[in-house]
Design a binder for this molecule. Structure first.
Ligand SMILES: [Zn+2]
Length: 494
């Protein structure tokens, strides 16, 4: 196979898959057809395609072909999971709740007894309906990757294929868990004492989303102004949030829409979708800015760049740009300027923003610690037989890291396939590096400085041509670590 053919077919396939993800994820199409799409491009599944990608010398192409093999093999499982999720329902305290709305309900229910019942029902129904599928899906992915890379160890095979140093990242993550343990425990206890009303030792998973919901500030984050605010803020930075119509925003409430927001490119850089199912308050703003970071990154890529730079590469990079935007919503100056937090409250404007910042900082450290623990857990899981013996290890590790008691039943569903957790952790590292670089060059309020906009746009324009560690070096930093991220959070928590 010639490289031009490989790339041309690849572009067609990625466009078709992107459109299918958009339509099914947004709840616009009930019957996902991923398998059919892969089969239309079956030529990319052949040995010839892998050989061509390997000979090209472009690591991202080889990784992508392996991903396609995985994608085709797991597509039937993904389709069944999507279909199951869209029809599954829960009954809690006599109320019928669609399975896909459980997360939103958990986040918005002050009644702890109801939350605990809902979370138990969600975990039990989810395990019964999906754990078999998830088991087979994860095992199939491991089979394909190990067979194609000639390595019996899946973790090592992924590390080689992706260029991510998973062992180093895992030891950095373990150190992060140690270094922030006391800081986190004290801050969490302070927050949950008033918010949940039980001693820290009694917190359970059902409390976590509610604990960080920050609903007292909802009126400062009106849903109907989210998009216009983004357009205004980006304009002040000299950027176009909708990239001249390349980005389509879908924030409507719709049955069958995935609760987890996402951004999907259909043609890079010309057609990008941002999909969000609103659940209220600051969380929506943060998620919207996150997905907008992805969308603007895809839409900013130079169309003259080759396929692998526009579509492929280290997803830690696009996640870092997404986080660069979503972390703006944690900044005091940004909150004062772009939200109603700027209005004077009872405790004064500054006090109110500081209170919110404390809650957001605890939530941020919670998330970072959760992902650090997830990486260690997933490395152990992929070296196991995916059997129920791993459920205890899951519950233990995630509970210890987050301070909320988790149940084991989620041990196969709370897994990001392909070590996406590692991409998030690297993104946290890169984002903190980018943000500190921007503050140094353009000051604290770089988000309204057109020179900073030009600078960021230039970093986005190569797509993912460079891996995250290389992007850090491009702005003059030695490499990736958690030090900057922790240093930034600490003052808000102490
Ligand atoms: Zn993301």
């Amino acid at each position: 196979m010639r490289l031009e053919t490989l790339v041309a077919r690849g572009e067609q396939l990625n466009q078709a898959l992107g459109r299918e993800w958009y339509l099914t994820g947004a709840g616009l199409k009930p019957d996902p057809a991923f398998t059919e799409i892969y089969d239309r491009h079956a030529v990319l599944q052949e040995a010839d395609a892998l050989a061509c990608a390997a000979e090209s010398g472009v690591a991202a192409l080889r990784e992508w072909i392996v991903d396609l093999r995985v994608g085709r093999r797991v597509a039937p499982f993904e389709e069944r999971q999507l279909e199951w999720e869209q029809q599954a329902g829960l009954t809690v305290h006599g109320r019928a709740i669609p399975y896909l709305r459980a997360g939103i309900e958990l986040q918005n229910s002050p009644d702890r007894t109801f939350r605990i019942a809902l979370d138990q029902e969600r975990a039990a129904v989810g395990a019964a309906g999906l754990n078999g599928l998830r088991h087979d899906r994860l095992a199939a992915e491991r089979d394909v990757v190990c067979a194609l890379s000639g390595d019996v160890d899946f973790v090592r095979a992924v590390a080689r294929l992706s260029g991510m140093d998973l062992d180093t990242l895992a030891s950095q993550a373990a150190a992060l868990l140690d270094d922030t343990a006391d800081l986190y425990a004290e801050a969490l206890a302070r927050l949950t004492r008033r918010r949940v009303g039980v001693p820290a030792g009694e917190l359970v998973r059902a409390d976590s989303a509610w604990a960080f919901r920050a609903d007292a500030y909802d009126s400062a984050f009106p849903q109907d102004r989210m998009r216009d605010t983004a357009v205004r803020q980006m304009r002040e930075m000299g950027l176009d949030a909708l990239a001249g119509g390349r980005i389509t925003v879908d924030t409507e409430e719709r049955p069958g829409k995935q609760p987890r927001a996402f951004c999907v490119p259909v043609r890079v850089p010309f057609e990008v979708y941002l999909v969000l199912r609103p659940s209220g308050g600051h969380g929506d703003y943060r998620t919207f800015w996150h997905e907008l970071g992805h969308a603007m990154h895809f839409a900013a890529v130079d169309p003259g760049r080759p396929f692998h730079e526009r579509w492929l590469g280290d997803n830690s990079v696009t996640e870092a740009f997404a986080m660069l935007w979503d972390h703006l919503t944690l900044d005091a100056g940004w909150l004062g300027r772009y939200t109603e937090m700027g209005e004077k409250g009872r405790s004064g404007r500054k006090g109110r923003i500081a209170d919110l910042q404390f809650e957001l900082a605890v939530s941020e450290l919670h998330l970072l610690r959760r992902y650090a623990a997830k990486l260690a857990y997933e490395m152990a899981l992929h070296r196991s037989d995916y059997g129920p013996a791993m459920a205890d290890e899951y519950a233990e590790r995630i509970s210890a890291a987050t301070g909320f008691r988790y149940v084991g039943e989620d041990y196969l569903r709370d897994v990001d396939p392909g070590f996406y957790a590692a991409r998030y952790l690297r993104a946290w590292q890169l984002e903190a590096t980018l943000a500190s670089g921007l503050v140094e060059r353009f000051d604290e309020d770089w988000y309204r400085n057109p020179r900073a906009g030009t600078f960021v746009h230039a970093l986005m324009e190569p797509g993912q041509a460079n891996p995250a560690d290389e992007v850090a070096r491009l702005i003059g930093r030695p490499g990736l670590s958690f030090a900057t991220a922790i240093a930034r959070l600490t003052p808000f928590l102490a």
